[in-house]
Design a protein around this ligand. Sequence first.
Ligand code: PGA
Length: 241
Amino acid sequence: MNIIRVPGYEQMSRKAAECILSVLNQAGSPVLGLATGSTPKGLYAELILDHQKNGTSYKQVTTINLDEYIGLPVSDPNSYHSFMEQHLFCHLDVLPSNTHLPNGETADVKKECDRYEALIDQHPIDIQVLGIGQNGHIGFNEPGTPFGRTTHITALTSSTRQANARFFPSIEDVPKQAITMGIASIMKSRNILLLASGFKKAEAIKRLFSGEISEAFPASVLHHHPHVTILADDEALSSAT
Ligand code: PGA
């Protein structure tokens, strides 16, 4: 694991954007694995700024997101479709037909999982952006998820629902299930960039560096991947060192 320490969130976001831009410059038709949540918002703002200032084009770029809630309409402001549209896609020249998220409002979610995994196989991801949950989840792969899982339906833990409740009118409104890339799907990516910022991630980062590799702590699978960069700020690293 390559660990990059930065002072704070802004530097993390800038450095993450540099990593993504270097992939965009190398690959002819790059495939970006993207994440939602508070962590990558700064990265997306940096990519937008670069697009506006330097004209980096996304016309050849394909994006594949990690996950989506089940049961929320795509148009719901809290859907991950809406998040990506608002925080990234509508500001770039990426083709809508090249942006992919699981469809959480389809009647046959099992079939949707299979379709999504096939999509990942057709478009191998050059770099996958990850956040990390306080319980070590990556995507919505909660503790206990077998490392061999591909895209699947998952029940959100109460801690994850509570962490995400800040975006919803009340905790009852937070969906209970999601479609997520599995751990095996994530591990297919050529490169992985895990971002962590703030004291609330310090225990998870400490555990990630503890040497433990177990399904009880999903992010620990990354020790098995050959090209992982952990980009973390001083606060997130405060318990690890
Ligand atoms: P956050 O979520 O970026 O909103 O902290 C990360 C995650 O839960 O994976």
